[in-house]
Design a protein around this ligand. Structure first.
Ligand SMILES: NC(=O)c1ccc[n+]([C@@H]2O[C@H](COP(=O)([O-])OP(=O)(O)OC[C@H]3O[C@@H](n4cnc5c(N)ncnc54)[C@H](O)[C@@H]3O)[C@@H](O)[C@H]2O)c1
Length: 377
C-alpha cells in the first residue's frame, strides 16, 4: 500500500529527499503540501512524482489526514511552529535540520520531548552516509586508539557561496547562522566521535567575501536560483551571517577540534582529519574516500573509495537516509535522535555566541539549561 505523505515547505531539499525515497522503492503518494511558493515542484516532476493538492495552510493540510509521514522542509525559523502543529496532529514526522533555530527554541522543544507524541526523525543526513558510519565505527572500535584531536573543514565553491548569500539562509532571523544551517551535521558527528559534549568553544568569523567592492565577484555567484525570499545580488544583499568562520572546541573529555569554513573557494573540501593515540583517519567527504593508517604501521595507508559521488555532494546519503526512514516507520531505530539534533544545534549556537562576544564560551550553563528543560514536562 502506498504511504500517504503530507509536505509542509515543499522546497528543494524535501523534493530531493522525496525523489530519493521514490528511487529506493518507497511506495508513496504525496497527498498534498502547504507552501506559498513551492520551489521544489520541478525537482519532484523530474523524479516522476506529483506534488498532490495545494493546501492554504499547514493546519488545513494536517486536517486532511491520516498521513503515514508529515515532512517539514520550510526555512529554519518556521521549524518549531510547523513541528508543533504536526506533533499535535499526531502523525510521524520527518523534519529537516537544524531541528530549530535558536537556544530559546531548543529549550522549548526539549521541555516537551518527554510528553510522548509521534516519532520525530531529523534529516541529519550525514548519519546515514556509509563513509560516516565507517568512520564512527572505526573510532568507536578503537582502530586509531584513543581520540586526541580533530581538524575539520567545509570549503564551498563560489556557486554555493553565492547561493547562500542570496537565499533565505543569508539572514539570521530566517536561517540562524551560516554554521548552524550548513555544518550542524558535522558538529553532530564530532560529538559522536569525541564521545562527549563541547565544554569550551571560541570562534572568529565575519563577512569579507560578499561585500559591494569585493574582487571575488564572478558569474558563478549568480548561477543558482535564490528561491524563497531570495536577494538579487550576492554582493549587495541584506546578508547578516558570516561568509567564512573558524572555530575551536574542547570537549568535556579533553578531545580538541579545530574547524575552518569558507564559502568562496576554488578547491572544494569537506574533510575530517582524526588523530588518535595509535592511528590517524582522514574522511574526505567530497571525494567520498576514507584513508587510515596505524602509527606503528610499516605498510601504506588503507584506502576505501565509497564511490557513489553525486553533484549534490551527498554521495548516496539521501538514498541511505530514505532506507533508514522506511525502516524507522516499521519500528527500527533512526540513526539520530531529536535530542542529539538539539545538542548539535546548541553546540553550534555556542560557537556563534563565542564569535559574537569575542570570548571563550564555557558551555556548562547551556547544558545545564538544556538538561533542566529536558526534565520539565
Ligand atoms: N539535510 C540537508 O543536507 C539539507 C540540505 C539543504 C537544506 N536543508 C534544510 O531543508 C530546509 C529547507 O531548505 P531548502 O534548501 O529546501 O530551502 P528552499 O528555499 O528550497 O525551500 C524552502 C521552502 O519553504 C517554503 N516556505 C516559506 N514559507 C513557508 C510557510 N510559511 N509555510 C510553508 N512553506 C513555506 C518556501 O516557499 C520554499 O518552497 C531547511 O531547514 C534547510 O536547512 C537540509
Amino acid at each position: 500500500m502506498k504511504r500517504r505523505i503530507a509536505v509542509i515547505g515543499l522546497g528543494q531539499r524535501i523534493a530531493h529527499v522525496l525523489a530519493a525515497m521514490a528511487e529506493v522503492g518507497w511506495p508513496l503518494e504525496i497527498v498534498g503540501y502547504a507552501d506559498p511558493s513551492p520551489v521544489g515542484v520541478p525537482v519532484l516532476h523530474g523524479a516522476g512524482l506529483s506534488e498532490g493538492n495545494a493546501f492554504a495552510s499547514a493546519a488545513a493540510l494536517l486536517a486532511a489526514g491520516p498521513f503515514d509521514l508529515v515532512m517539514i522542509g520550510s526555512p529554519n525559523h518556521l521549524h518549531l511552529e510547523h513541528l508543533d502543529l504536526a506533533r499535535r496532529a499526531g502523525f510521524p514526522i520527518f523534519i529537516e535540520k537544524p531541528v530549530v533555530r535558536t537556544e530559546e527554541e531548543s529549550l522549548a522543544l526539549a521541555a516537551t520531548l518527554d510528553g510522548g507524541g509521534p516519532p520525530i526523525f531529523v534529516g541529519l543526513v550525514m548519519r546515514s552516509m556509509p563513509i560516516v558510519r565507517e568512520t564512527l565505527k572505526r573510532v568507536r572500535d578503537g582502530a586509531i586508539g584513543a581520540l586526541i584531536s580533530i581538524d575539520a573543514t567545509e570549503h564551498l565553491h563560489p556557486e554555493h557561496g553565492g547561493y547562500l548569500a542570496r537565499n533565505w539562509r543569508r539572514r539570521q532571523d530566517w536561517g540562524g547562522s551560516f554554521l548552524l544551517d550548513k555544518v550542524c551535521h558535522d558538529f553532530d558527528i564530532f560529538s559522536c566521535l569525541a564521545g562527549a559534549r563541547a565544554a569550551r568553544v571560541a570562534s572568529f568569523g565575519g563577512r569579507a567575501i560578499f561585500q559591494p567592492q569585493s574582487p571575488a565577484r564572478s558569474a558563478a555567484h549568480a548561477r543558482h536560483d535564490a528561491g524563497w525570499s531570495g536577494a538579487g545580488d550576492a554582493f549587495a544583499s541584506d546578508m547578516d551571517v558570516t561568509d567564512h568562520q573558524v572555530a575551536i572546541v574542547e570537549y568535556a573529555n579533553g578531545v580538541r577540534l579545530s574547524f575552518h569554513a569558507n564559502t568562496n573557494t576554488a578547491l572544494q573540501e569537506r574533510r575530517w582529519y582524526i588523530a588518535g593515540t595509535q592511528g590517524t583517519l582522514i574522511a574526505d567527504l567530497v571525494r567520498n574516500r576514507l584513508m587510515m593508517r596505524r602509527t606503528d604501521a610499516s605498510e601504506k595507508p588503507e584506502r576505501i573509495d565509497f564511490g557513489e559521488r553525486t553533484a549534490d555532494l551527498h554521495n548516496g546519503a539521501d538514498q541511505a537516509m530514505a532506507r533508514d526512514l522506511a525502516a524507522a516507520l516499521d519500528g527500527a531505530p533512526f540513526p539520530v535522535t531529536v535530542e542529539e539534533s538539539l545538542e548539535a544545534g546548541l553546540t553550534v549556537m555556542a560557537i556563534d555566541q563565542a564569535m559574537a562576544s569575542g570570548a571563550v564560551v564555557d558551555c556548562g550553563s547551556i547544558w545545564k539549561a538544556y538538561d533542566a528543560a529536558r526534565h520539565v514536562r
